[in-house]
Design a protein around this ligand. Structure first.
Ligand SMILES: Nc1ncnc2c1ncn2[C@@H]1O[C@H](COP(=O)(O)OP(=O)(O)OP(=O)(O)O)[C@@H](O)[C@H]1O
Ligand SMILES: [Mg+2]
Length: 783
């Protein structure tokens, strides 16, 4: 075979330069397209006819650790490492069926692909971290190919490789898989947002109507001023009023004055009335729209599957439910109507000004481009400053949250000083960012305001000389002034519009993003009714990984009879909790089926299924509230009697009644006022009260002393009748009541049988039992 050179393990290429650029996430494919023609040709030539390269990956380090290339590829039968060498690459080839395992080992700044071939461990090649994903995938595919002789079907969910860069403009996204503010389809988001006004369209219409009316009323006083000055005050006798012949009425000037002042007064009163009406609509609408949106969002969040929460930061989700929805309120209630009105005013007042004196109007338009240009840039600049201050304040809050939550750890390790120093430095970071923003604001805002007043000087000069010439009346000049103020305000607004549209629509889009995320674990459209179950559970060749590229369960098949108690044993990280997650259908397996009484769990409504399950999770969680409320969590209408019975079974009653407030004792946030063992027992009582057909105890008694555990065991043994129970425990004595024991290692079932059977087998379980016996005898001797 040309170029064949077998290689053993332990090959070191030395440390090359670290960390290459991070590639934007995206489709990696099977990597075959990236192979150089020479490598492809050499491999196919060495292989004979009919071979096809099914999968490949290219490393970015050469064997000597510099930047370079090596290729790992495989066909149906053969695995190959190719090191480029001119036209004749060096190939190392192994039969694929001898590949037992392939994995990525993480080193410092780089990683290597390691394979177990036959009995040897071979380091195939190294690569920088930017290639990690690609090689993880390769390892999974190689194992799959060696096992099945075929490539697995593509099942990778695109959401599992959340892109970090915008696919359109390649900018870094604010958060992986998030919305790119620059590419936001504003129109669509806006239309969708306006949809939220629809249920309240009458109020919304009223709000807009009041705003239009008040804008119109506001244009009245300047006009009245003009009439008052030109037709009444500056005339010895009133002959015309606003161009209308009034001499035949014979009213005195004072009478006209009184009339006009009354009109002034009326317009003001009207304005106040309309303002109150509009304000009441806005305050009515705002909270309702946000409540609507928040409610929808929360509802949806509750329905999302666990893997969504694995991927998201709780803080970010909380800020979406509170902060982003509030932005949307501001936008819909104050933003949209104001912009509408301002645009309307701009046109309307522009027309008034034009009709009053078009030359002067043109003159005041001269500084307009400068005003728009400067305002726009000023706001953009201010936004970046305020944005930085905002980010720092968020960081300060995060620091606070973290250190207060972990206050026990802080104290235990005597890190108070360090935490204080860290807080202070963040605190002052915030001060400096805020000062800078506010100072800039205080300096530039008056300057910008000055710019918008430039028009005044033009009017004073040009208008003033017109009045002196007698080509323009004094009233007109004064009215012009008032209108000018109204004309410039919308212009400022429009200059900022872009910026706040972006900000608010991005907030809205973040909310919509959650609303648009479909739960991964879906209910089937025609679910099978699950009224009663026997409790037989079957896992058929279940394969699952939280990241599909890294399987945690590698083909688990078990059959559990109704009423059996199964003990799950295995090393930490072996996949015990993951098996429970499969049984509870918190996640769907990537391959294989989980059945209850022969029914595929995917055909059953999740809510129905969870009614039959009681689980004591590995980390018991108590909600803020009383002991009683926590026990009755799944059955709020439980009687006191029932609650006490469950507490007794969980061996919790004794310690609960010793509290001064008994069952009404507040447990504190997350139950911090209770001991770990107390929390666990309340959590057991909660599961027992739920009266489940299937009871799951994940390290349920790990925090209680052996005597208490014994009592709980006995209580559970009584309860177990007619239920299927899964119990996970590291302390093997806990599982003494189990009918059968399931030993998990590296995501596979290695042993399954009764305690006695497994002891006889002298396998993994027997070793564990021996180790624990020795340990306890040592402690006994030592203590
Ligand atoms: N939510 C998750 N997201 C990603 N990986 C996870 C998640 N939960 C567990 N894992 C990984 O899956 C593997 C199996 O975890 P699992 O919780 O099933 O172990 P376990 O057998 O219950 O261990 P222990 O005895 O310590 O509880 C571990 O390597 C763990 O890092
Ligand atoms: Mg676990």
């Amino acid at each position: 075979m040309p170029g064949f050179e077998g290689r053993g393990g332990g090959h070191h290429y030395g440390m090359g330069p670290v960390s290459g650029p991070v590639l934007p996430g995206g489709d990696i494919g099977n990597g075959v397209a990236g192979l150089p023609e020479s490598v492809r040709a050499a491999f196919l030539k060495s292989a004979g006819d009919g071979e096809e390269i099914l999968v490949a990956a290219t490393s970015d380090l050469s064997p000597d650790g510099r930047y370079g290339e090596q290729h790992v590829l495989a066909s149906k039968n053969r695995l190959c490492l190719a090191v480029p060498n001119g036209d004749q690459p060096n190939l190392s080839i192994w039969p694929l069926k001898e590949l037992k395992k392939a994995s990525v080992d993480l080193l410092v700044g780089q990683a290597s692909l390691v394979a177990t071939i036959g009995k040897d461990r071979v380091e195939l090649c190294r690569f920088t971290n930017s290639k990690q994903r690609e090689f993880h995938r390769l390892a999974a595919l190689l194992e799959e190919l060696a096992r099945n002789g075929a490539m697995p079907e593509e099942k990778v969910d695109p959401k599992d490789s959340l892109p970090r860069y915008c696919s359109r403009c390649s900018r870094l996204l604010p958060e992986p898989g998030g919305t790119c503010p620059a590419c936001l389809k504003r129109g669509q988001v806006l239309v969708r947002l306006l949809g939220y006004l629809r249920p309240h369209w009458k109020r919304a219409a009223l709000l807009i109507a009041t705003m239009i009316v008040s804008a119109l009323i506001e244009t009245l006083p300047p006009y009245l001023t003009k009439v008052l000055i030109d037709d009444v005050i500056n005339r010895p006798h009133v002959t015309t009023i606003a161009g209308w012949n009034a001499s035949h009425l014979g009213w005195s000037r004072v009478a006209w004055l009184a009339l006009i002042v009354t009109l002034f007064l009326f317009s003001r009163i009207l304005l106040v009335g309309v303002g109150i009406l509009g304000g009441r609509q806005a305050t009515w609408l705002g909270p309702r729209i946000v409540a609507d949106l928040r409610g929808k969002l929360y509802n949806h969040l509750q329905r999302l599957s666990l893997n969504y929460f694995d991927k998201s930061r709780t803080g970010a989700l909380i800020s979406r439910v509170t902060h982003d929805t509030a932005h949307v309120q501001g936008f819909l209630v104050n933003g949209v109507p104001h912009v509408g009105i301002d645009l309307f005013l701009l046109v309307f007042i522009g027309m008034i000004l034009f009709s009053m004196n078009w030359q002067l109007t043109l003159a005041i338009l001269v500084p307009l481009p400068i005003v728009i240009y400067v305002s726009k840039n000023f706001w953009r600049f201010m936004r970046s400053l305020f944005g930085r201050a905002w980010a720092r304040s968020a960081r300060l809050v995060a620091t606070l949250n973290d250190s207060l939550n972990g206050i026990r750890v802080v104290k235990a390790f005597g890190q108070e000083e360090q935490e204080i120093a860290r807080f202070n430095s963040r605190n002052w970071d915030l001060v400096s960012a805020e000062t800078r923003a506010e100072m800039t604001w205080a300096t530039f805002f008056p300057a910008i305001t000055f710019l918008t007043m430039l028009g005044q000087f033009i009017i004073w000069y040009v208008g003033g000389s017109n009045v002196i010439d007698g080509t323009m009346s004094l009233g007109t000049l004064l009215a012009f002034f008032s209108y000018l103020g109204m004309f410039y305000r919308p212009i400022q607004m429009i200059a900022r519009m872009n910026e706040w549209l972006t900000r608010d629509l991005t907030a809205a889009e973040r909310v919509f993003e959650i609303l648009d995320t479909a739960p991964d674990v879906k209910d089937s459209p025609n679910p099978i009714q699950l009224n009663e179950i026997r409790g037989e559970i079957r896992l058929e060749n279940v394969r699952f990984g939280y990241d599909p590229l890294r399987p945690v369960l590698k083909g688990i098949s078990i059959d559990i009879q109704p009423g059996e108690m199964i003990g799950l044993v295995g090393r930490s990280g072996a996949g015990k909790t993951t098996i429970i997650n499969m049984i509870c259908r918190f996640y769907d397996p990537q391959e294989g089926v989980v059945r209850v009484d022969g029914i595929d769990l995917r055909d059953v409504r999740q809510e129905d299924w969870h009614r039959f399950i009681g689980i004591v999770p590995q980390e018991p969680f108590l909600f803020h509230g009383t002991v009683k409320e926590n026990i009755a969590y799944a059955k709020p209408d439980a009687t006191v009697h029932e609650i006490i019975r469950a507490a007794r079974a969980a061996n919790a009653h004794q310690f609960i009644v010793r509290f001064p407030d008994g069952y009404d004792t507040q447990v504190g946030e997350r139950g911090t006022r209770l001991s770990g063992g107390e929390r666990q027992r309340i959590s057991i009582a909660r599961a027992i009260l739920h009266d489940p057909r299937i009871l799951i105890l994940d390290e349920a008694t790990s925090n209680v002393d052996t005597e208490t555990e014994q009592q709980i065991q006995d209580a559970i043994a009584r309860l177990v009748k007619g239920r299927t129970v899964f119990a996970i425990a590291h302390r093997l004595s806990t599982l003494k009541n189990a009918n059968r024991l399931l030993v998990i290692e590296d995501g596979q079932v290695v042993e399954f049988g009764t305690h006695d059977e497994l002891l006889l087998k002298e396998g993994v379980y027997a070793k564990l039992v021996n180790a624990q016996r020795q340990l306890s005898s040592i402690t006994a001797v030592g203590g």
